[in-house]
Ligand binder design. Structure first.
Ligand code: AQP
Length: 339
């Protein structure tokens, strides 16, 4: 019989820029919910992942603190959850090396995020970008995490995490690593760019108009939504009517996720209305949800030493869970623990 693993949540966000509405609706909001439901929650600012593409050091530090502030402002309580930056718990990178020796090159070659991010210049991408999913598997499995809340774009990496766990367990004849469950739910698991409804809203999109940042003020949010690309047709009565209208569908999904309602309910309210009516209502809702978060982020930014203290405390608590799991992994693999 498969061993029972205690439910434990792990997830992370890269400090590769300022956090966006996509990160909030696809990830952060559910991080908070899972914490509030009383699950054991471990959240990480994945700075080792961020450097898979070039990061200017001073900016990386600022972005890491800003991401920590975003977590706290969105409702992560650093006493109930563990909040830390990845590089400070070396067990992640150590387990990732072992997983590099478990994962197959053929598996990595299928990862669409690598293909998207490396683009046509894959020869010049960092080796770290290629190995990214193996480090992500280590982030999760070094805590024996059972549940990982993420956006839709991370689904393939979570499948790979399960493949790595299953192959490790099989190769060594153990049932040591859990097969982690992705938690991808809600109306906005893939928030799209405001400029193009077919590409993901992303912190690293060169156009600031493509995204809503958690630090945007009310005017910027309203202006970006007003200028968001749409089509001239009114909103339809059913979801079917949004099928070939990616920009319209995206705005409806964002509204639904912000309001904690189903997209069909949103259409029931706005069917027949044009964007001249819908966009101001969406802007009002987005400002109501995001303004308290950005105000709190500003307050927290004034005390970077306190943020560093919170991250340090989180790293100590994370290390206390990760180290024994890494040591047991060394035993399984056949490495002598000589000290
Ligand atoms: N547009 C999105 N919609 C829903 N969820 C999203 N996430 C990211 N973008 C969206 C989710 O946020 C979490 C953290 O993502 P990440 O920081 O690890 O990196 P990413 O997925 O590569 O996000 P970005 O914003 O596009 O970063 P860059 O530009 O640096 O690559 C994940 O759970 C992700 O699914």
């Amino acid at each position: 019989m498969a061993p029972k693993f205690t439910p434990r949540v792990f997830s992370g966000i890269q400090p590769s820029g300022g956090l966006t509405l996509g990160n909030y609706l696809g990830a952060l909001k559910r991080f908070v919910r899972m914490q509030d439901e009383g699950m054991e929650t471990i959240y990480c600012i994945v700075d080792l992942h961020a450097i898979t593409v070039w990061q200017e050091p001073a900016k990386l530090r600022a972005q890491t603190r800003e991401a920590a502030a975003a977590f706290i402002a969105a409702g992560i309580d650093p006493k109930r959850s563990i909040l830390f930056n990845q590089s400070q718990v070396p067990a992640h990178a150590e387990l990732a090396w072992i997983f590099n020796c478990v994962a197959r090159v053929g598996w990595m070659n299928r990862m669409t995020q690598f293909k998207d991010k490396a683009g046509r210049n894959a020869e010049n991408a960092s080796l770290g970008l290629y190995a990214y999913p193996s480090l992500m598997a280590a982030d999760i499995l070094v805590y024996h995490a059972t549940h990982v809340p993420v956006g839709e774009d991370q689904k393939q990496h979570l499948e790979l995490t399960r493949d790595i766990a299953a192959k490790f367990n099989h190769d060594y004849g153990v049932e040591f690593f859990p097969l982690t469950e992705p938690v991808i739910e809600g109306a906005a698991t893939r928030v799209m760019s405001l400029r193009d409804g077919t590409v993901k809203m992303s912190k690293s999109d060169p156009s600031d108009q493509s995204r809503i940042n958690l630090t945007d003020d009310a005017d910027a949010i309203a202006q970006k939504i007003r200028k968001a690309r749409t089509d001239p047709a009114p909103l339809p009565e059913t979801l079917d009517g949004l099928k070939d209208r990616p920009e319209a569908r995206n705005l409806v999904n964002i509204y639904a996720a912000l309001a904690d309602r189903a997209p069909a309910e949103v259409l029931a309210e706005f069917a027949g209305q044009g964007f001249g009516v819908f966009k101001p209502r969406l802007a009002e809702l987005a400002v109501a949800v995001l303004s308290p978060i950005s105000a709190e982020m500003k307050r927290l930014a004034a005390d970077p030493a306190e943020i560093d203290r919170i991250l340090g405390d989180g790293a100590n608590r994370a290390e206390a869970i990760a180290r024994p799991i890494l040591e047991r992994t060394h035993d399984i693999v056949g490495m002598i623990r000589s000290r």
